[in-house]
Design a protein around this ligand. Structure first.
Ligand SMILES: [Zn+2]
Length: 236
């Protein structure tokens, strides 16, 4: 793993970044320092820029944050180290003394101080959503093997929901509508429909890959190192 320290003219410390005229949320003085502001991953503004991958101090992948959130981490001096290629540079105000325009740049992958708890959450089962499920299964129907768009796929419960099958990663596969209807509330063997691949639980690194459609090459390479060798992510 390559660790790079901040260098160059973009401001070595978060204190400089804090002086920039950036779209920061108003700071509630009563709020605890530990509280992080909420930045929506889905706002129009954040969609224009790549998401930044945060890690804990040990380099364990934690989550995606917006560039605004990343700038907030820099300003609060919470960035322990960074790696990956620079994701963006934001220009700030003009210095009255030097006339220079200040700027802050954030790397595409940053390790956050005090995020050791990510170690625990790394092994937690990620939430099950259709988008990530279909992505896990590479948009391939688990029964006929055809490739389908998101809108043509369904979440099939291998042991049917009506027969106490669980709504978990290990009991679901992507299935096209016609296969799902044909199978109905039967088990695959009862319906004589064999699964063409096996379900599995993605770990957190894989879930982060599945959840971000605009993942950068260096972020992908970093996350892949944390994905189990059996994962289908390695096929892409
Ligand atoms: Zn099918």
């Amino acid at each position: 793993m390559q660790h790079r320290s901040r260098t160059g003219s973009h401001g070595k410390s978060g204190a400089k970044a804090g002086k920039l005229h950036l779209p920061m949320p108003p700071v509630d003085r009563a709020a605890k320092e530990a509280l992080e502001p909420a930045f929506s991953l889905f706002s129009a503004e954040s969609k224009r820029y790549p998401l930044i991958l945060t890690l804990d101090q040990n380099g364990i992948p934690h989550r995606w944050v917006t560039w605004q959130h990343a700038v907030w981490y820099y300003a609060k001096e919470r960035v322990a180290w960074e790696t990956g290629s620079a994701a963006f540079t934001v220009n700030g105000g003009k210095s009255r003394d030097t006339g220079e325009v200040s700027s802050v740049s954030a790397a595409s992958i940053i390790a956050i101080r005090g995020k050791a708890m990510a170690m625990k959450s790394f092994n937690q089962v990620p939430p099950l959503n259709n988008r990530e499920l279909f992505h896990r299964d590479r948009h391939v129907c688990g029964y006929c093997g055809g490739v389908f768009s998101h809108s043509k796929l369904t979440r099939d419960h291998i042991i049917p929901y009506s027969r106490r099958g669980l709504d978990t990663w290990m009991n679901v596969v992507a299935a096209c509508r016609s296969c799902n209807e044909r199978k109905g509330s039967r088990l695959p063997e009862e319906a004589h429909m064999e699964l063409v691949y096996a379900p599995y639980v993605p770990n957190r690194a894989e879930f982060l890959i599945l959840a971000n459609r605009r993942i950068l090459v260096d972020q992908m390479e970093f996350l892949k190192q944390h994905v189990s060798a059996q994962s289908r992510v390695h096929l892409s």
